[in-house]
Ligand binder design. Structure first.
Ligand code: ME8
Length: 646
């Protein structure tokens, strides 16, 4: 049974550098979870913010010749302003320099001090400035900080300590008794392993002479608070702990989403702090994996960070969101490449989803005056699709509940692919002439299926799916409970003007120039690991292999010769949902003016390649004649541009 209230949090991002794709991922994930949970009927409060104290921030400010306050005031805006551009709608943004936060930290410190859970002691140990913490001798790696690999200094210092060790057993019992408290499950084992080694007490102060940029300790103003003790408290500070009713309302439903790099601070430091303060533990702590660049974590210090602003500006924020959520399994690492993003855009969004919407809308425009046709009673074909779309709601809900957001997206995309196949199988553009009721039924089914997909993908791509829903002539569905088959009203006006997701060029494909070739027989695909045991004989392809080749009808809009080549024509073609450029090696036999306005058959899913510095986004099919001429493959009568041959 899903909960009816959630309080979702992201980490508070350090203000030692600008936001990057790792920050964007965690915040997009929480935004999507929040939107899914609201769609499923829950009330949700979503918090993010910035971590503004500590040595790293003080140092970053010094390097810029600014005071820490000037530095954080300026940099927090980079985060705050970025989120809306990624269509992230948080409910609250907390800065650790705000009075509501510093107040809560001081209240918590005072409470723990008064009850004897904080004590003062001289401490000697290895201190890492980069990691802002002491390490025990045995924790060092080759005498260096295990986190950063940088130098450590042996220092003796009088400091305040939180009796963390006192709460280790209670914490262990809680983790064991509550599977799902730390997610994914392997991370819970990691924390239990950490506890097995025995918990130390936690140094929670820094002398002001070493670090001045922090929250003064209420019972000793010569010290500031350790940045982690400070920052973690934000999760209750933002709710007005201890007295605000918002705390009572939301805190029991807290779900922290963090990167795996900060699992210990959250699942050990924070939880023991809460246990000491008598505050119940959060519902869950979810540790996500890392976006890698090559095999390395993208990180500010490694300087290999992909700029999310750059990606969203080139491909659009919602394509980026789709990619981040579809290509990352929550908890595992994933490699970020622009090529993978473009592939996702082209295959899932431009092709499967966008093209289907355009094809259906095109036919409705042509044959039903642009109005949703009345589907009439469904036949067994439609019944199957209706059952699939209806059961999808529950499956998506379960998958999201299990954090399998990538699978929830995939299930919805499978419905979209099923609709594509159904559209091809039922061929409404043919049946319109022989059986208009069947054409109406097909098109209604596709449009209603698309409305279902738009609703279930809205948490991932809120604006694009709102656009799609509106283009279908439907009202947005805000509660999954209200998503019922038949909700799309016949007679509603379709307004699908633009391609929802334009196809994109592959960013790094820069193959050596090669002349374009007319159609060649399909090469046999290399068998992949999943190929069935009985391989087809040499030279023969399976039906599945054939179905990989997308042959579509295109209408040639423009044609011109490519300068410097007597063989190449540069064509602009209409593919239904989009326009493409194709560079075709047909210029010796066919003049540009002979081909404009004609319909041709092209391979629509061929990886783009550069020919004479021009990108060719597909291949036109043609047949050599014995006289040395060339016959273009074309349908015998007009068909809608974009229709697939099969
Ligand atoms: O740790 N891939 O802040 P931070 C995925 N201020 N996620 C990544 C990532 C990557 N390559 N790099 C960073 C802090 N992240 C503290 C948190 S919370 C009270 C204080 C994400 O700016 C990931 O979630 O270093 C990581 O935990 C978070 O950014 C921390 O960012």
């Amino acid at each position: 049974m899903a909960a009816d209230r959630y309080y979702n949090t992201t980490p508070l991002y350090y203000l030692n550098a600008k936001p990057h794709i790792g920050h964007a991922y965690c915040t997009v994930l929480v935004d999507a979870m929040t939107r899914f949970e609201r769609l499923f009927g829950a009330e949700v409060h979503f918090l993010t913010g910035t971590d503004e104290h500590g040595q790293k921030v003080q140092k970053a400010a010094e390097q810029r010749g600014l005071t820490p306050q000037q530095h954080v005031d300026e940099l927090q805006a980079a985060f705050r302003d970025l989120w809306p551009t990624l269509h992230i709608a948080y409910d609250d943004f907390i800065r650790t320099t705000e009075p509501r936060h510093t107040q809560a930290v001081r209240t918590l410190l005072q409470r723990l001090y008064d009850q004897g859970d904080i004590y003062v002691q001289d401490y000697a140990g290895w201190y890492s400035t980069a990691a802002e913490r002491f390490w025990a001798e045995e924790e060092l790696v080759d005498g260096k900080c295990p986190d950063t690999g940088l130098e450590v200094q042996y220092i003796t210092e009088r400091n305040y300590f939180f009796k963390m060790s006192k709460y280790g057993e209670t914490l262990r019992a809680h983790i064991v008794a509550n599977p799902g408290f730390i997610r994914p499950a392997n991370r819970a084992n990691e924390v239990l392993g950490f506890l097995d080694k025995g918990l130390q007490d936690l140094c929670i102060s820094r002398p002001k002479e070493r670090l001045s940029w922090g929250i003064p300790i209420p019972f000793d103003e010569d010290y500031v608070t350790y940045v982690w003790f400070d920052a973690l408290t934000n999760y209750i500070a933002a709710l007005g702990w201890p007295d605000d009713p918002a705390f009572e309302k939301w805190w029991p439903h807290a779900n922290h989403y963090i990167g795996k790099d900060i699992l210990t601070t959250h699942s050990v430091y924070w939880t023991t702090m809460l246990l000491a303060a008598g505050v119940p533990l959060p519902q869950s702590i979810t540790a996500t994996g890392w976006w890698l660049s090559g095999d390395r974590k993208m990180s500010k210090s490694l300087g290999n960070v992909v700029d999310p602003l750059g990606m969203k500006d080139v491909y659009g924020p919602e394509v980026l969101r789709y990619f981040l959520l579809r290509d990352m399994v929550v908890g595992l690492d994933s490699n970020f490449t622009e090529e993978a993003l473009v592939k996702r855009n082209n295959s899932d969004l431009a092709n499967d989803l966008g093209n289907l919407a355009r094809r259906a809308a095109g036919l409705v425009g042509r044959y039903f005056e642009g109005k949703v046709p009345d589907g009439g009673p469904p036949t067994p074909d439609e019944e199957e699709i209706i059952a699939e779309a209806t059961s999808l709601r529950g499956r998506v809900q379960d998958l999201v509940g299990d954090l399998a957001v990538h699978n929830a997206i995939e299930e919805t995309m499978q419905l979209v692919r099923r609709l594509n196949k159904y559209m091809t199988d039922t061929a409404p553009f043919k049946t319109i002439k022989t059986d208009p009721a069947a054409a109406a039924r097909s098109l209604y089914t596709v449009l209603e299926g698309l409305r279902h997909a738009a609703c279930l993908l809205a948490p991932v791509m809120p604006e694009k799916m709102a656009e799609l829903t509106a283009a279908l002539g439907a009202e947005p569905v805000t509660l999954i409970h209200d998503l019922r088959w038949g909700g799309l009203a016949p007679g509603a006006t379709l307004t699908m003007e633009e391609a929802l997701f334009p196809r994109r060029d592959m960013p790094t494909v820069d193959a050596p120039e090669a002349p374009a070739e007319p159609a060649k027989p399909a090469k046999k695909e290399k068998a992949d690991k999943k190929a069935p045991a009985s391989e087809p004989e040499a030279g023969v392809i399976t039906f599945d292999d054939f179905m990989k080749v997308e042959l579509r009808v295109a209408t040639v809009l423009e044609a011109e010769r490519v300068s410097g080549s007597d063989k190449l024509l540069r064509l602009q073609v209409d593919l239904g949902a989009e326009r493409r450029q194709v560079v075709a090696g047909i210029g010796k036999q066919i003049a540009p003016e002979q081909i404009v306005g004609r319909q041709v058959v092209m391979v629509a899913n061929l990886a783009p390649r550069k020919i004479f510095k021009l990108e060719s986004q597909g291949m036109i099919l043609a047949i050599d004649t014995p006289e040395g001429g060339l016959e273009l493959l074309q349908p015998t009568g007009p068909v809608p541009a974009g229709e697939r041959a099969h």
